[in-house]
Design a protein around this ligand. Structure first.
Ligand code: FBP
Length: 535
């Protein structure tokens, strides 16, 4: 039997609060959940005032009778993240438990499927095939943004034609922003089609005190850490290569931080620190050269360096350059270079041609620079080599190898953590729809504790929005959560990293495990937010 087949049989564990006979949605009695930006209210009059909801169970009550019918649509939005299929399985099972004749419809190819009415009926046979499986291949995904009156009207009309009472959007910060926009727009029409978001992204940047981490982060970082650990073993065996490893994760450095804690490389750049310390691309190169020289003094001409995918956007000089290019691109200027200031022009022309080309590429539909397409590791290697020319005794023995761990981690079989987490998220989404709630994102607190103790809840998305400049305009969006310096993960990293520079303290975590001791199979990410909410 193949592992994929064995995994299909895995029964996700539910937290106690989702296991009772009668689940209840309770308004946050403390009213602690504050809006990020009060000015959002005017744009979201129907959904802004929703309170935070807690899910609790009344296990001793009799099972309430099943309701009759419900029709729900579900869509994957944005990049793949392990566990997505379990969200669908959770929704499917919850609808079967609570309704005599439920219908779950999947939109094919992401939000585009909503606009083009591309659907598939999600039957038990189909859903069973994808339980605990990686990828998003049951439905596919896409990055189309449903924005503007015409697109929103089309999404509404198509959902109405399908007689949907609910739509679940499984996506990251931008997709959940989109869920909030649709929830508000649909509410303005007739309140009959509810929209619920689910926090997905391997980047880990959709998090808050009330969402400890997005799903997929744990699995993706486990896969990357396995590969980094293997490379570190190779480096300390061969003792001849410097590995520059860039890790996917878009802007924030959560993935790099998590992998650093799991593997203890010689050096890990954290973009947020670079921003805080106002580092330029040149000062980062200085730092790397200094590390390489220090290790050379000890006779070590090898090493492992981790680089976050979106580093360049955080370096003062590059940040400024990218922002000017963004403005020029969105104004449709034909010669972007001519609009740059002198210092920006100088930096731009000092960059390798391939990097220049990558910086000028189109932005994604949400206005983000496509950082995955900019070869930061190649740029750093080239600049370090250039600097080392002044130190021929080191340069002669400097043999760099650059890597980019990217799509390898995004579609893996989900870890037990992600399989359980996603299944619960699906259950919560279905519960919200059963109750006619709209404009909410499903979430769970206390993910660092055993599954039994996870606390399901629902966050009003409109209260998570704030204003940001995107595509040359002010937009209401959910802010990407960056690495927080007071977090336990960062503090641990900051304390230990000095020791990793010279002494090779590499860890080799090996492949993610599904069977074996609980300490291994039930592991959770180091980077979970553990807020002190008095809960
Ligand atoms: P989401 O934010 O949609 O989850 O995407 C995650 C991600 O994997 C980023 O880490 C990466 O920068 C981006 O997708 C790559 O985009 P694409 O899949 O379009 O190549």
């Amino acid at each position: 039997m193949r592992l994929e087949e064995i995994r299909r049989e895995f029964h996700p564990v539910l937290p106690k609060a989702l296991r009772g006979c009668k689940l209840r949605l309770q308004e946050d009695p403390k009213g602690n959940f504050q809006a990020k930006d009060a000015s959002v209210e005017s744009a979201f009059p129907h959904t802004f005032h929703h309170p935070l909801l807690w899910v609790s169970t009344e296990g001793k009550e009799k099972i309430p009778p099943k309701k009759q019918t419900i029709r729900v649509g579900v869509v994957f939005s944005g990049g793949q993240a392990p566990g997505g299929h379990n969200v669908i399985a959770g929704i499917f099972d919850a609808l079967q438990e609570r309704f005599t004749d439920p219908t779950l419809i999947g939109f094919i190819g992401g939000p585009e499927g909503i606009l083009e009415n591309q659907t598939t009926l999600l039957t038990k046979e189909k859903v069973d095939l994808y339980r605990n499986q990686g990828g998003f291949d049951l439905l596919g995904s896409g990055r189309t943004k449903i924005e503007g009156k015409k697109a929103i009207e089309k999404a509404y009309q198509n959902s109405k034609d399908l007689r949907l009472q609910g739509l679940v959007i499984i996506g990251g910060d931008d997709s959940n922003t989109n869920a909030a926009v649709l929830a508000e727009a649909f509410s303005q029409k007739d309140r009959r089609i509810a929209v619920i978001g689910v926090p997905k992204t391997i980047d880990g940047d959709l998090q808050s005190d009330y969402t400890p981490i997005s799903f997929g982060f744990h699995t993706a970082t486990s896969v990357y850490a396995e590969m980094v650990g293997n490379i570190a073993k190779d480096a300390s065996s061969a003792k001849k290569y410097y590995h520059f490893i860039r890790l996917m994760g878009r802007s924030a450095s959560h993935v790099t931080l998590e992998c650093a804690l799991k593997t203890q490389p010689n050096f890990a750049l954290i973009s947020e620190e670079c921003l805080e310390k106002k580092k330029s691309v040149f000062s980062v190169v200085e730092e790397l050269v200094s590390l390489i020289k220090k290790r050379a003094n000890q006779g070590k001409y090898y090493g492992v360096i981790l680089i976050p995918e979106g580093l360049l956007e955080f370096l003062t000089d590059m940040k400024q350059l990218i922002s000017s290019i963004n403005e020029a691109l969105f104004q449709g200027v034909s010669s972007v270079e001519s609009t740059l200031q002198e210092s920006e022009k100088k930096l731009f022309s000092a960059l390798p041609k391939s990097i220049q080309k990558q910086l000028l590429m189109d932005r994604d539909p949400h206005g983000n620079v496509q950082v995955s397409k900019i070869s930061t590791e190649g740029l750093l290697v080239a600049m370090v080599e250039e600097k080392l020319r002044a130190f021929p005794e080191v340069a002669n023995k400097f043999h760099p190898a650059s890597h980019f761990f990217v799509y390898e981690g995004r579609a893996s079989l989900p870890s037990n953590f992600d399989a359980n987490y996603c299944y619960s998220l699906g259950k919560i989404a279905a519960l919200l729809l059963e109750d006619g709630k709209t404009g909410y994102m499903a979430s769970l607190l206390h993910l660092h504790k055993p599954v039994d103790e996870w606390q399901p809840l629902a966050l009003p998305i409109a209260k998570m929005l704030h204003t940001e400049r995107r595509k040359g305009k002010e937009k209401l969006v959910i802010a990407k959560a960056l690495v927080c310096f007071s977090s336990e993960a960062y503090q641990t990293f900051a304390k230990k990293r000095g020791d990793w520079e010279l002494s090779d303290a590499y860890l080799c975590p090996g492949p993610m495990q599904f069977f074996g001791p609980s300490a291994v199979v039930d592991a959770h990410p180091f980077s979970l937010r553990k807020p002190n909410l008095g809960l």
